[in-house]
Design a protein around this ligand. Structure first.
Ligand code: ADP
Length: 260
């Protein structure tokens, strides 16, 4: 492994992501783990793991934190908002701005990123589970389907059962009642994805789509979410190789410079 020049930590409400980069912004290592109740101890353990298992001496390396639990990361030299970090991450990855849609476990954001990686405008939904990963997770848990399988299941159906509830709790009940009425599981799950994506696209419409459309956040690992965003906007989105890491990657990049 090359010389680690900066570490970014995105302590999200659902997952903790850590990225180490070299001075040319190349990712050298990354870790993703479900968020534990004691984020502070979890991050300490992960940083120890980086030292012992990867042989990285972290003592002189700048650590930049973002995400919902960032204030708990005492090792951090800087704390930066998720919006700035996601914008910086995708800007560095693609080399240009656009309309960035970040769909996380418990919030979603639409961020207009300028041609220097700066945030021009954004909207955020962190008040309600609709339009976030939680919307799919509650139903996945109830049906005992791994959340990573939900997208494949949705895409395996050519039929789609509309789900009208926008609330995650009511949508789960609606799914159960559709299944009880004999609707095919795949078609119902497809409808559930459509409801999530329509909610996200309404946010994009609020801000106004400035091309290109770029996706980040763990939920866009879901191939049905990607495909339906394309169907609903009419624009093929750009997706980085590791969409869930973009916040931590952006934090690491900010740590390389003294700009914040
Ligand atoms: P946060 O920063 O809010 O913790 P993340 O951007 O880390 O959120 O995304 C977490 C969400 O991504 C969870 O809802 C999780 O279910 C979803 N997710 C992560 N990996 C996958 C995958 N491979 N397929 C589908 N969903 C995924």
């Amino acid at each position: 492994m090359g010389q680690v020049a900066s570490i970014g930590i995105d302590a999200g409400s659902t997952a903790v992501k850590i990225v180490g980069i070299d001075k040319n912004s190349r990712i050298l290592f990354h870790i993703t783990e479900p968020t534990e109740p004691k984020i502070e101890e979890q991050v300490k353990r992960l940083l120890r793991k980086i030292e012992t298992e990867l042989g990285v001496d972290i003592s002189g390396i700048p650590i930049t934190a973002t995400g919902y639990g960032s204030s708990l990361i005492l090792e951090a030299r800087k704390r930066v908002t998720e919006i700035t970090c996601h914008a910086k991450g995708v800007f560095t990855y693609f080399g240009h701005g656009g309309t960035l849609v970040d769909i996380g476990g418990q919030d979603s954001k639409v961020i207009v990123v300028g041609n220097r990686g700066q945030v021009i405008d954004f909207v955020m939904n962190d008040k309600c589970a609709a339009g976030t990963g939680r919307f799919l997770e509650t139903t996945a848990w109830r049906l005992k389907i791994p959340v990573e399988e939900m997208g494949k299941l949705a895409l395996s159906s050519s039929q789609e059962v509309p789900i009208s509830s926008t609330c995650a709790v009511f949508a789960e009940s609606e799914v159960i009642s559709m299944l009880a009425r004999g609707k095919a599981l795949e078609a119902v799950i497809r409808g559930l994805h459509r409801a999530l994506v329509k909610r996200v696209v309404a946010m994009i419409d609020n801000v106004g789509l400035v091309s290109p459309l770029i996706l980040s956040g763990g939920v866009v690992c879901n191939e049905a979410v990607q495909k339906m965003i394309e169907e609903e906007t009419g624009v093929k989105p750009l997706v980085p190789e590791h969409p869930q890491l973009m916040g931590a990657y952006g934090a690491a990049i900010i740590g390389l410079s003294e700009e914040v």
